[in-house]
Design a protein around this ligand. Structure first.
Ligand SMILES: CC(C)(COP(=O)(O)OP(=O)(O)OC[C@H]1O[C@@H](n2cnc3c(N)ncnc32)[C@H](O)[C@@H]1OP(=O)(O)O)[C@@H](O)C(=O)NCCC(=O)NCCS
Length: 168
């Protein structure tokens, strides 16, 4: 069913759709760091800045004419090591969209001579995302143990994964 999904570079017009997807995934409470119930207006403000940031590459996944997912490659504190974030609306998962988005980000990273590494963090219980990352060549680098405090006060660990652009 992947043929009904397309990936494009995000534009400012996509920001409301991106915020809607992020809010839905945040409200599931299990996959991303953004807390459930995060104000949609705050998400729109955050992603308007992200889409406008020349240091961030943002892709949107479209299905049925709507934004149904997004992925970003962001400059982090270590120059040249860029971070991945991605979210797809629950009804649109397992149709190949995650692979399309991640391939788009990694193609971009591979052609940017300033990017020497792509990194991400994932909750260890997120087996689907980990399987996707491994399928694209990411390796586990370690665990940040009891590192992130969740809105209910619980401490969650995260797994660090890395990918290096193939360079001739
Ligand atoms: C993780 C996520 C982006 C994957 O997107 P997706 O569109 O469902 O993934 P795809 O359909 O492209 O799957 C590609 C491969 O990833 C793996 N995979 C994805 N979801 C999986 C799952 N739930 N269980 C097992 N493997 C899974 C499989 O290897 C799959 O290949 P296959 O379909 O040939 O078996 C999506 O599930 C999502 O947005 N989840 C909620 C937010 C999230 O977890 N973001 C990542 C935070 S680190």
């Amino acid at each position: 069913m992947a043929e009904e999904l397309t990936v494009e570079v995000a534009t400012p017009d996509d920001v409301p759709g991106i915020a809607r997807v992020m809010r839905g995934v945040a409200d599931e409470g299990r996959w991303i760091g953004t807390p459930a119930g995060t104000d949609v207006a705050a998400l729109e403000e955050r992603f308007a800045a992200t889409v406008a940031d020349p240091g961030t590459h943002v892709l949107v996944l479209r299905g049925g004419g709507d934004v149904v997912g997004l992925a970003s490659l962001t400059r982090e504190h270590v120059r040249g090591a860029h971070g991945v974030g991605m979210s797809i609306a629950a009804d649109w998962r397992r149709r190949g969209g995650g692979g399309l988005l991640l391939d788009g980000l990694l193609d971009h990273a591979a052609t940017d001579p300033d990017v020497h590494k792509v990194e991400l963090q994932v909750w260890p219980h997120n087996g689907g995302a980990i399987a996707l990352y491994v399928s694209r060549g990411f390796v586990v680098e370690g665990i940040l143990r009891d590192h992130w405090r969740r809105p209910d006060g619980a401490l969650w660990s995260s797994m660090i994964m890395g990918w290096w652009p193939p360079r001739g």
